[in-house]
Design a protein around this ligand. Structure first.
Ligand SMILES: Cc1cc2nc3c(=O)[nH]c(=O)nc-3n(C[C@H](O)[C@H](O)[C@H](O)COP(=O)(O)OP(=O)(O)OC[C@H]3O[C@@H](n4cnc5c(N)ncnc54)[C@H](O)[C@@H]3O)c2cc1C
Length: 410
């Protein structure tokens, strides 16, 4: 392996790929993007790939919207193809509480210049013929939301990195961080040391294991998240909107002629972030189809193609290890006490769709020390130094099962 670099990015998912690309865009020459598995092979390719621009917090609203603009100009900027569908999205609720939530999201969207509309049932039906919105207390339409099939994104970033002179190292695990006093000065890999003044920990579910090699605790919990895709449904078209059932913590969209359905169960399977084994391959995670079938039958009265979802009608079940944080915001920024080390993780099941913007923000911070917005809500040390593990687990699991609240996605 190379012995020196301008920067080493650990992890080639959507986050790491985007940071590496944007570091090269900003003029760094020698950027190494490495992964313990194949490039772009872990959680990112298993995402749903949906954008969600209405957010309860103006910073996250800005990032989500900036990312959509970057998806639109992705091929021009990177030279790599990327297919996406600007289907728009609907968020529906049948409760009074949900209606206030959607009204609040609509208000933040208005303030931040994102076009959304609170629409009636017949408009919703005209956008999505399978939806039964009878009795809904509110329906929020976001015409500019989009989706893409996820494996494309990390691979496109990796190709763009390589074409700009960066180095891709697959099947190369980082096993240690090099330190000189307060500074991190590079990485130890299974194939030798790489000395670099900048190291980015974008290791997804393993981000905490990596940071602990510099004696830093990163506040996140990897949580299994799953979806299924049905066999083709007659009449379902690619432009039919992403649809979020916020009372059921579930979402769906068209995918290869079928319905892609994902859900946030109340008691998700959490993993110990500090001891996640390097050899764990996200593709081998045990999955829970009955949980998803239960969600499908709860949604079926509102979306008929999900009625009687037998295993024969399920074409694919997939899952990954997104990382939750105690407040539902990602972790993006420098690591206090370890100069030269930066983290981009804590995706809160929304990292795929913000990756183009999050990577650009972190590259700006690394290269210029400045960003267009105050990023303190995303700081790694925002919970102070003294949080304990039980609190971390409780708050992260709560955030997972309330992901459609005001801070999160709707
Ligand atoms: C079913 C599902 C649906 C989802 N739907 C959406 C959605 O609709 N929209 C959305 O925005 N987000 C969605 N997400 C979340 C999204 O997948 C994540 O936010 C995003 O993929 C996180 O990317 P990442 O780069 O942090 O992680 P990853 O893609 O897991 O990349 C991290 C990489 O780091 C590597 N690594 C770890 N440790 C080391 C080491 N020591 N040395 C070298 N390499 C290392 C790993 O091998 C891995 O490849 C979904 C997730 C799932 C599972």
């Amino acid at each position: 392996v190379a012995h020196t670099a301008d920067a080493v990015v650990i992890g080639s998912g959507a986050f790491g790929g985007s940071v590496a690309f944007h570091l090269l865009q900003r003029g760094l020459r020698d950027v190494v993007l490495l992964d313990q598995h194949a490039i772009g092979s872990q959680t990112s390719p298993r995402a749903a790939g949906n954008s969600a621009q209405p957010r309860g917090h103006t910073l996250m609203a800005w990032i989500a919207r900036d990312a959509v603009e970057r998806f639109r100009r992705f091929s021009d900027e990177t030279g790599e193809p990327l297919e996406y569908v600007e289907s728009g999205s609907l968020a529906l609720t049948w409760t009074a509480q949900g209606a206030s939530l959607l009204a609040a999201l609509h208000e933040v969207a208005r303030e931040s210049g994102l076009h959304t509309a609170l629409i009636d049932a017949s408009t919703a039906r005209s956008l999505s013929p399978f939806i039964n919105p009878d009795g809904a207390t509110a329906i929020l339409h976001t015409p500019s939301d989009l989706y893409l099939e996820p494996p494309q994104l990390p691979l496109a970033y990796a190709r763009a990195v390589e074409k700009r002179g960066g180095t891709l190292l697959h099947h190369t695990a980082v096993t240690g961080l090099l330190r000189a006093g307060e500074r991190v000065t590079g990485v130890v890999t299974e194939r030798g040391e790489i000395h670099a003044p900048l190291v980015i920990d974008a290791a997804g579910g393993w981000a905490r294991v990596v940071a602990e090699q510099a004696a830093v605790r990163v506040p996140l919990v990897p949580v299994r998240h799953q979806l299924l895709v049905t066999t083709p449904v007659e009449g379902l078209a690619p432009h039919h909107p992403i649809t979020r059932f916020i009372d059921l913590n579930a979402y769906l969209r068209p995918s290869f002629g079928g319905v892609l359905l994902g859900a946030y169960e109340p008691r998700p399977l959490a993993f110990d972030a500090g001891s996640l084994h390097r050899d764990l391959d996200v593709g081998q995670l045990a999955l829970d189809l009955p949980m998803l079938q239960g969600v499908a039958s709860a949604i079926a009265p509102r979306f008929s193609p999900l009625a009687d979802l037998t295993p024969q009608r399920v074409r694919e079940v997939r899952g990954g290890l997104p990382t939750m944080t105690p407040d539902g915001f990602p972790l993006l920024g420098p690591v206090p006490g370890a100069e030269g080390l930066f983290v981009l993780s804590g995706c809160c099941v929304g990292g795929f769709s913000i990756a183009p913007s999050a990577g650009a923000l972190l590259a700006g911070l690394v290269c210029d020390g400045t960003t267009p917005h105050d990023l303190s809500p995303l700081a790694i040390d925002r919970f102070g130094p003294d949080w304990d593990e039980a609190w971390l687990l409780d708050t992260c699991l709560w955030e997972y099962s309330h992901v459609y609240d005001l801070r999160g996605t709707a």
